[in-house]
Write a protein of this length. Structure first.
Length: 133
């Protein structure tokens, strides 16, 4: 049911760079969402188009941040869990496409305006929302 782009192995720090989208030339700011055993904090975050959000795993379990709707992750433009095996698609998808271990991060640059709900694919009851203006 769960697929990753690394054959089930946890990503290493060096692989983290492969999960980070390229930064745009006019990035306005960066925000942090922290994941703990209680879920994401803040639960709702407002950013500007082009901003980067860093999802930091400070929980005791892996985090797989992905766009809602569970389990397909298909509403954010360009995002589909089926494309997690396609490295050429990963930079544009609001889906980490892998488990992010405790103490590691995953970054995503929001280039689409709207309200984007997300969840931990490993624990779908943990969710949040990014509002991109």
């Amino acid at each position: 049911m769960f697929q990753s782009n690394n054959n089930g192995q946890m990503p290493s720090l060096s692989e983290e760079e492969n999960m980070t989208p390229p930064l745009g030339e006019q990035v306005q700011s960066s925000s942090v969402v922290t994941y703990t055993d209680s879920g994401y904090s803040p639960k709702e975050l407002t950013v500007k188009k082009g901003d980067i959000v860093t999802f930091t795993n400070m929980s005791s379990m892996p985090m797989w941040t992905a766009f809602a709707m569970h389990p397909t992750h298909t509403v954010y433009p360009g995002t589909d869990i089926k494309n997690c095996e396609n490295p050429g698609m990963m930079d544009m998808m609001f889906d980490s496409c892998a488990q992010i271990p405790t103490g590691q991060i995953w970054k995503f640059q929001f280039n689409e305006t709207g309200e984007w709900g997300y969840h931990n694919h490993m624990q779908a009851s943990h969710w949040g929302k990014v509002i991109v203006q």
